[in-house]
Design a protein around this ligand. Structure first.
Ligand code: ZN
Length: 225
């Protein structure tokens, strides 16, 4: 059985997490790796690294670059079965990380069956969404300010209280969006040059974004079956 892997790229606020969940439901044999959850788990640990990361995240900063890719590879190595694909919500932030990830995918013989989906939203749209979005105070689930989520009062995953994220201030949001502009866009271009980038219009309803994803990947999947 052929398995497919998905890597979701996009600005903070692009709706990557929501689309990742929809993909997970749709394909069934996918192991879902959320970068946000990985970091939330990490900072609960009583380690030097965890404490430092916690401090940085509190200030709205971004943790040490290579850590994300190390955590992904660790998670995949320890969890993903032979007949299982994975979905990664969060992309490499730098080209050298993208190359490391490529070597790992090569090693797994999955490079050809990994789709890089760019959920494309403008900076302005991302900014406005991030200002309005909320998170669960218990599990950290991001509650988008759209569709059926808009009026959610308690978390639909764990029942926790929904709050505004303390680091979703205009300054911190701009910092995160600046980082994308300066770093991640290079990675996007890297995949584009390689003809591997699948661009999805993220400025539609959640359902329409997902529809576009399926329309664009289904012909590619058929090629492998
Ligand atoms: Zn929750």
């Amino acid at each position: 059985m052929k398995v497919f892997n998905f890597i979701l790229i996009g600005r903070s606020g692009s709706g990557k997490g929501t689309q990742a969940e929809l993909l997970e439901k749709h394909f069934k044999n996918l192991f879902y790796i959320s970068s946000g959850d990985l970091f939330r788990d990490l900072i609960k640990q009583d380690t030097d690294t965890a404490k430092r990361i916690k401090k940085i995240l509190k200030k709205g900063g971004l943790p040490f670059d290579e850590l994300a890719i190390a955590l992904w590879m660790h998670k995949i190595a320890y969890n993903v079965k032979e007949n299982q694909g994975f979905i990664l919500d969060g992309a490499p932030r730098r080209i050298d990380e993208a190359k490391t990830l490529d070597r790992f995918l090569d090693f797994l013989e999955r490079k050809e069956r990994t789709f890089f989906l760019l959920i494309d939203v403008s900076r302005e749209e991302a900014f406005n969404r991030l200002l309005k979005r909320r998170v669960c105070s218990i599990c950290g689930r991001v509650i988008p300010a759209m569709g059926k989520f808009k009026n959610l009062k308690i978390c639909d995953r764990c029942g926790g209280r929904i709050i505004t994220r303390p680091d979703d201030t205009p300054e911190a949001i701009n910092k995160r969006l600046d980082y994308y502009e300066k770093n991640v866009i290079e990675v996007v271009r890297f995949y584009q040059r390689d003809n591997r980038l699948i661009r999805i219009n993220g400025q539609q309803s959640i359902e329409d974004v997902f529809k576009e994803i399926l329309e664009k990947i289904e012909p590619k999947i058929r090629n492998y079956l």
